[in-house]
Design a protein around this ligand. Structure first.
Ligand code: NA7
Length: 550
């Protein structure tokens, strides 16, 4: 289906890419891979996307744990490149759940006839750049065999949260019960009825899973290392009047969203929490608590830049926990003492209420002892064995770099991406890394990615890459990579921006602290969508300044 952004460029026959299998290898068929394929077709390039899963959808294919749901409103967590698509699609809920988002991804694949260029159940295990020929060779594992696919360009649409982190616990191999990871949840529903279930991890995934499993399990034991702040989403059916209002001028919402650092349009204020009277501050926090979702952080303008303001907001949420959780000891264990929103703010309407159930118990790994080891029948913490029939790892991801580094990528002179990023990832604008010509990343390290409405970021990144490839082809050139100086300056800018936010002050997956041995570097660009877009556009306006094209 055509859309207004299709570009008309030389057809592949007119390009000089005849010596390769396809012009472009795309890795991944999630939201980024799907849209990238669509745009590459618009450029007249041949492309093939390789996807490990047996279906499209990426993150929303793998994260099918009970309760999985997006924390960005559906009307905004959706593609905007096709007005027909955004007008035709109707979301059933304010915040869509995983099955509906997956159905949407499948619809997009069908609607734009993308499946014919997607090879499923095919993992790109390695990719090697040959500097003499200017060709990428990807090793693709499919059906027990490995084949090589050559291309001029390699575009990594691998997602930010796609390399699951499953910490190794002593004795795990002895455990006779069943085990799951939220990021690789089985396709067939899991029945926990009557079982003794344990869950390790209380980040967004654990917090969404816990209330659902508690409904089913005989007993649920939650093993919590760090309590998180959870704000309600007040999710419900999408209001048809609201939907109609947005659709009457969808562009207005999309444009407004792009003016916000997060790329999400929700009510916000710019004043300081310190300037408000106690009554006004309380009223404002209540108002934003009532609004629901991540927008709580918009109650005042300085919650992520002023520690004192942040503390006032954190105290408000702590007060809510004390009100909701009946057992003061459990409430105390559930109460975070770190900066609000430093780790990603979690969203759920009934998470805290779940701990009022008799069949749910909380083990605080900070005060009751670390996880010691598994036995055949349970988990030992602080010398106490908790009997378990099943354990759920909600232990997160090797975020933002893991999905790139798990592919053995080697560039100029055989340098691997993993070697280059040993002390932390280094990219120019998140798009490219010097020494890896013709390789592009979508929502790569150094881009706003996970700190934004990631679908908006995906589209912005892909439009930029499309424009860049189009320019390269029009100039009759075939190779692009960043200038090392430009890349280093961007890494500095990413670090400078991180230094201005309270988000860089705690251990989180934003700065690699969740993975033992990972360099402690704030990975995404926290300068916000407007500044990032400005930097991307400036590079283009200045003739792709900072990139070497030839
Ligand atoms: P997160 O947010 O990284 O959460 C992982 C949780 O697992 C977190 O509570 C961790 O505690 C805990 N964890 C990790 N390793 C261990 C060990 N070894 N022992 C005990 N507990 C552990 O991942 P999610 O999947 O929940 O969410 C990731 C993003 O996906 C989310 O923000 C959304 O954007 C979607 P810790 O906090 O490190 O003490």
């Amino acid at each position: 289906m055509p859309d207004s952004h299709d570009r008309s460029l030389p057809s592949p026959e007119n390009t000089h890419f005849k010596s390769v299998d396809v012009d472009v290898v795309v890795v991944g068929a999630g939201f980024a891979g799907l849209f990238m394929l669509h745009r590459l077709r618009g450029l007249g390039l041949t492309a093939r996307a390789f996807e490990t899963g047996d279906g499209v959808g990426g993150t929303w294919y793998w994260n099918r744990y009970p309760g999985a749901r997006c924390d960005v409103e559906s009307m905004q967590y959706s593609y905007q490149f096709s007005d027909d698509l955004q007008q035709d699609w109707s979301w059933s809920e304010k915040f869509a759940a995983q099955p509906e988002i997956l159905t949407y991804a499948e619809h997009v694949a069908d609607r734009f006839d993308l499946r014919r260029d997607i090879q499923l159940e095919s993992r790109v295990a390695a990719a090697h750049w040959d500097d003499a020929t200017g060709i990428w060779s990807a090793s693709v594992e499919h059906d027990g065999r490995t084949s090589t696919v050559t291309s001029k360009f390699l575009i990594l649409c691998v997602g930010c949260l796609s390399a699951a982190n499953r910490p190794s616990f002593a004795g795990f191999e002895r455990f006779q019960g069943s085990h799951y990871h939220t990021g690789y949840w089985p396709k067939d529903p899991v029945d926990f009825t009557g079982l003794k279930v344990g869950i390790i991890g209380t980040g967004s995934s654990g917090i969404q899973t816990i209330p659902h499993v508690a409904e089913q399990a005989g007993h649920l034991t939650v093993f919590q290392r760090t309590p998180n702040y959870v704000v309600p989403d007040w999710n419900g059916p999408l209001d048809p009047a609201y939907e109609a209002e947005i659709k009457a001028d969808y562009q207005d919402l999309r444009s407004n969203a792009k003016t916000r650092p997060s790329g999400i349009w929700v009510p916000f204020n710019t004043d300081s929490a310190l300037d408000a009277s106690d009554e006004e501050r309380q009223r404002r926090f209540e108002e934003f608590w009532g609004y629901g979702g991540l927008g709580f952080m918009g109650s005042f303008g300085d919650l992520l830049t002023n520690a004192d303001s942040n503390r006032l907001a954190a105290d408000f949420v702590r007060g809510k926990i004390a009100e909701i959780v009946s057992d003061p000891d459990v409430a105390r264990k559930l109460t975070p003492d770190n900066v609000l929103g430093c780790k990603r703010l979690c969203v759920h309407a009934t998470y805290y209420q779940t701990f009022n159930r008799d069949d749910v118990s909380l083990v605080d790994l900070r005060t009751e002892g670390a996880i010691e080891h598994f036995t055949e029948t349970g988990l030992v913490v602080g010398g106490v064995e908790y009997p378990l029939d099943a354990v759920i790892f909600a232990t997160g991801f090797d975020a933002m770099t893991g999905s790139f580094e798990k592919i053995a990528i080697s560039g100029v002179e055989g340098q691997t991406l993993k070697q280059k990023w040993e002390a932390g990832p280094s990219t120019y604008l998140g798009f490219q890394s010097a020494g890896f010509p013709n390789m592009f990343m979508v929502t790569g390290p150094g881009s706003p990615s996970v700190l934004s409405n990631v679908l908006l970021s995906i589209e912005q990144n892909i439009e930029w890459i499309t424009g860049c490839l189009g320019t390269l082809l029009q100039k009759g050139q075939s190779r692009i990579e960043p200038e090392i100086d430009a890349e280093e300056a961007w890494v500095e800018e990413v670090n400078r921006a991180a230094g201005g936010s309270l988000r860089s002050t705690c251990s989180s997956w934003y700065n690699g602290a969740n993975i033992p041995g990972k360099p402690l570097v704030f990975i995404p660009y926290i300068g916000g969508i407007p500044d990032y877009t400005k930097a991307c556009d400036a590079a283009v306006e200045n003739g792709y300044a900072g990139f070497k094209m030839r």
